[in-house]
Design a protein around this ligand. Sequence first.
Ligand code: PGA
Length: 261
Amino acid sequence: MEVIIQPSPREVCALAARITATLVRSKPGAVLGLATGGTPRPMYAELVRLHRSENLDFKRVSTFNLDEYVGLGPDHPCSYHKFMAENFFDHVNIPPSQIHIPDGLASDVAAFCQDYEAAIRSAGGIDLQILGIGEEGHIGFNEPSSSLSSRTRIKTLTQKTLDANKRFFAPGEAVPRHVITMGVGTIMEAKRCLLLACGQTKASAVSKMVEGPVTAMAPASALQFHPTAIVIVDDAAASHLALVDYYRSVYRNKPDWQRYD
Ligand code: PGA
């Protein structure tokens, strides 16, 4: 795993946007795996800025989102369809037919999940998967105890995740308990993974992911087996890492040809 420590969430997201933009420029038909949540929001804003001011062209890009709440339709203000429209898709030129987000209203969830996996395969697989991390180490909505070879399926959220995501919902409105999420195995097939984490509340999960044993109790730790996983964190999220000085020196001393900027 490559661990890159940045001073603030703004720099975390700026670097993530640069890596994504470099891919889209070198491979205009890239397949992006996308994440929602508070962490990547500034990354989308930066990609929109690059689209508007530097002609970053998304017309051949396809996207697959990690997850969606079961029971929320695309117009629900807290659905991930809505999040993606507001933060990204309404502001760039990805044709709607190339956008894929799990359908929270699917009547046959199992069949939908199989079709989602098939659609990823027929697009040629995901070139770059953007990820966040939960306080208990989930990626996508693969909560602790998720199979590390799981595929797209329905999951039940932990109380911790329900509590963490309450902030996006209206006061008194319940966070849906069930979600459709890509599995850990699905995520691991992406050619590159790019995980972003910011803030003290993520420090413990980040250290378990990077330095802990690989365990279903911290599903993000499966990324230790991924050949090209990049983890970009701010100082606060890096604060529990034992090898923090080493990661900083690796990044500082990276050969020019390996740099992202
Ligand atoms: P957050 O969510 O970016 O809103 O912290 C991340 C996650 O739960 O995966």
